[in-house]
Write a protein of this length. Structure first.
Length: 77
C-alpha cells in the first residue's frame, strides 16, 4: 500500500472493527433475502397470469366447441 501511495512506512497498523463487519454481513444477508423473496413473488405472479390465460383460452374453446375437452383427451399422446 505504501508503494501505491508513493510513501514508505517503517511500521503500519490497520484497525479492523469486526463487530461492524458482522453487522454489515447481517444487513447484506437481509437485503439478499428481500431480493430472493421479490424474485419468487414475481415468478409466482407470472405463473398465475399464465394459468389464468390458459383457463380463459380453455373457456373460449369450450364456447366454440362444447366437446372440446373430450376431443382433447382423445388425442394420441
Amino acid at each position: 500500500m505504501s508503494t501505491a501511495l508513493g510513501v514508505e512506512f517503517k511500521n503500519a497498523f490497520v484497525e479492523v472493527d469486526f463487530e461492524e463487519i458482522e453487522e454489515l454481513k447481517i444487513i447484506a444477508g437481509k437485503q439478499q433475502a428481500k431480493k430472493n423473496i421479490t424474485a419468487k413473488t414475481s415468478e409466482t405472479s407470472i405463473k398465475l397470469r399464465l394459468y389464468l390465460i390458459c383457463f380463459d383460452l380453455y373457456q373460449f374453446l369450450v364456447l366454440i366447441h362444447p366437446n372440446y375437452l373430450e376431443m382433447f383427451l382423445a388425442l394420441p399422446s
